[in-house]
Design a protein around this ligand. Structure first.
Ligand code: URA
Length: 484
């Protein structure tokens, strides 16, 4: 029987043979839901995994048991922490195959699913190792006494995995490790507490005091304010020496309004590119685009993540939206994300991006001065025994994605658009061109200068890269002229 809450089909209505499975983004929540799905004999392509904070707590939904090897569980605990939104689909697919006639699957290291799972596991383990090695604590005074605080930015949601390690090592200190993906606090005497992550913007805080203040503001729960209790715990005369105490009067003033907001806030549901999309995903997409309380570029980014206008979303790890200065005067448009971009969810972070950064640095510019995006937002590839090989997107895939590019152009409103390669040029101009036919000053399009040039990957591929490199460098120099 379906469990209420866990298999809640709203707000994405499930179609006949497709189930939206709501899970919290934890291994335990996935494990419970996956067991139940196996019991119901739901194949991986029938399931649409949806992450939500509103899922049933682990262990409360299903008692169904599936026998899987300890080896799978061990790997899965790491994979569950990976940042890629397809991890649940991947885990369930492997689980399905293990329990449906392929018990020795994990021994096949060349199998694409196994290879991907191992790759995710390795990335998470490496991240965990970095966190253990590089976290540095500083002592701060807080309302509740002395505490050691550290800020760290892991690539994956590894804070829970790291918690036990820090407790073992620093048992006698009260500490907090703050990260964008979750925070862990040790109060001593067995009290290990996990709270939500902090916005990465907090890292811009000048000092740890600022950071702690920002954190305090973040966890401040207006519905729980007990002013008298606060004053008796910490008499007001001591507040002046505590970084976060300066925030309290303003927070108290705003508390009523924030309580109302918290009550009205809709539960957060993120739609993941997993499984086959149930009917109704357009509704989610539409809502994401129309919710104008969020910055336009963030809404476009969300919409690209939910986009199913072509098939490229399915094998890709995630969409790669544009990034950079929201009002940049120059926009750089590439073809499509590559392998590294697909894994990290950011444009131009692989070899082509590194060349781009080098050329920009030679011209006294940085990517932060620009807006970088791609004509197509999902990685297109074919799998060989060793790697995922980039494939050029077809015209229909470029056309399917063009809507998002045009919206980015409209919002950023750049004066110049540099198209890296013919695919980008066709996407921006709306018709194919030959790079060798581009006039010296490019094209004019709705008041903007469109400057097609060669792609950095063409430089990297060239037998003799020096002339191609000089070509790209000269075009970038011309594009930056007078605007940077
Ligand atoms: N190539 C592109 O066109 N875009 C990227 O983001 C990376 C490589």
């Amino acid at each position: 029987m379906q469990q209420p809450g866990l298999f809640d089909s709203s707000p994405i209505p499930a179609r006949n043979h497709s189930t939206s499975v709501m899970i919290a983004p934890t291994f335990e929540s996935f494990r419970d839901a996956a067991r139940e799905m196996l019991r119901l004999n739901r194949s991986p392509d029938q399931i649409w995994w949806v992450e939500t904070d509103e899922a049933e707590p682990p262990g409360s939904a299903s008692t169904a048991q599936a026998r899987v090897s300890a080896q799978f569980v061990k790997i899965a605990q790491f994979v569950a922490c990976h940042a890629s939104p397809d991890r649940w689909t991947l885990l369930y697919r492997v689980l399905w195959r293990l329990t449906r006639g392929e018990p020795y699957l994990l021994a096949l290291s060349g199998d694409p699913d196994v290879a991907r799972m191992r790759r995710y596991e390795k990335m998470v383990r490496r991240d965990l190792h970095k966190m253990k090695a590089f976290v540095r604590f500083r002592q701060v005074s807080s309302v509740a006494g002395e505490r050691f605080v550290a800020w760290f930015e892991p690539d994956h949601a590894i804070v829970k995995l790291a918690g036990d390690f820090f407790v073992r090592r620093f048992t006698n200190m009260r500490f907090s490790v703050l990260t964008p993906v979750g925070c862990v606090h040790w109060e001593g005497e067995g009290q290990l507490v996990f709270t939500q992550g902090l916005s990465a913007a907090v890292k811009l805080a000048d000092s740890l005091d600022d950071l702690w203040k920002a954190y305090y503001e973040n966890i401040f729960n207006p519905a729980r304010v007990k002013v008298d209790a606060m004053r008796s715990e910490m008499p007001q005369k001591y507040w002046k020496n505590l970084p976060e105490a300066q925030l309290i009067p303003a927070l108290l003033l705003a508390a009523d309004a924030r309580t109302d907001q918290m009550i009205q806030a809709a539960p957060q549901v993120s739609v993941l590119n997993c499984g086959s999309p149930p009917e109704g995903y357009q509704t989610v997409l539409q809502r994401s685009v129309q919710d104008d309380s969020r910055p336009a570029l963030a809404r476009i980014a969300d919409a690209t993540r939910a986009c199913r206008a072509c098939e490229l979303w399915e094998p890709a790890s995630q969409a790669v939206p544009g990034e950079g200065t929201p009002k940049a005067r120059i926009m750089l448009v590439g073809e499509a994300p590559g392998d590294q971009e697909d894994l990290l969810g950011r444009p131009f972070v692989g070899p082509a991006g590194q060349l781009l950064d080098t050329l920009l640095a030679e011209l006294n510019a940085t990517r932060e001065m620009l807006y970088l995006t791609n004509a197509v937002k999902h990685f297109k590839f074919r799998v060989t025994a060793r790697r995922r090989l980039h494939q050029r997107p077809q015209a229909r895939e470029v056309a399917a994605c063009r809507n998002w590019l045009l919206q980015e152009i409209e919002v950023v409103n750049p004066q110049r658009i540099v198209c890296l390669g013919a695919t980008a040029a066709a996407a921006v101009l709306g018709h194919p061109i030959r790079l060798r036919d581009v006039p010296p000053l490019g094209f004019e399009l709705q008041g903007r200068q469109v400057m097609p040039t060669i792609h950095p990957a063409a430089v990297l591929r060239a037998a003799d890269p020096s002339s191609k490199r000089a070509h790209l460098r000269a075009d970038l120099q011309q594009a930056l002229l007078g605007l940077i």
